[in-house]
Design a protein around this ligand. Structure first.
Ligand code: DQA
Length: 168
């Protein structure tokens, strides 16, 4: 099975950003640990981070084999997209602040029909009121929050088991 790990805005700052809330582990460490962990469980994992809502939507569409429209030209690929690689049977996504604002990311995930796990490093229910609502949680297979970066590890292990059980 193949898993796609997506991180949204400001998660590139993991490790230095508000460390009392998000800890000291960098996104590069999170991503390489997740890849190693997936391999050890007999799965593969690719990663994507963007600060741009549209780039995240394009990546979700590309993952499912769709070719998103190119805003600048119809002949060359959108430069922000990495090669789509194998089609994921599960997406693990921390949409950052877009969790609380983006109907479009919700629609993209539902549109491609790939099951997803929502991850938050912090406990979004113990912070500002606006972080308590997510546009994704009611459609997620599972939601992880408040475990720090361990949440990604939990999501990968859960995700591989979920796919093994044929629930994907
Ligand atoms: C976050 C929580 C969001 O509310 C916040 O905007 C983030 C990170 C988390 O991982 O805890 O950027 O998704």
């Amino acid at each position: 099975p193949h898993i796609l790990l997506i991180n949204g805005p400001n998660l590139n700052l993991l490790g230095t950003r508000e460390p009392d809330i998000y800890g000291h582990t960098t996104l590069a460490d999170v991503e390489s640990l997740a890849r190693t962990q997936a391999t050890s469980l007999g799965a593969t994992l690719s990663t994507f981070q963007s600060n741009h809502e549209g780039a995240i939507i394009d990546r979700i569409q590309t993952a499912a084999g769709h070719t998103p429209p190119n805003p600048t030209t119809t002949t060359t690929p959108t430069p922000t997209l990495d090669s789509p690689g194998p089609k994921p049977s599960l997406i693990i996504i921390n949409p950052g602040a877009l969790t609380h604002t983006s109907v479009a990311i919700r629609d993209a995930l539902l549109g491609v029909g790939v099951p997803f796990v929502e991850v938050h490093v912090s406990n979004v229910h113990g912070r500002e009121g606006f972080r308590r609502h997510s546009y994704l949680s009611d459609k997620a297979v599972a939601v992880v929050c408040g475990m720090g970066v361990f949440g990604y590890r939990a999501a990968v292990e859960f995700g591989v088991g979920f796919l093994r059980e044929g629930r994907g």
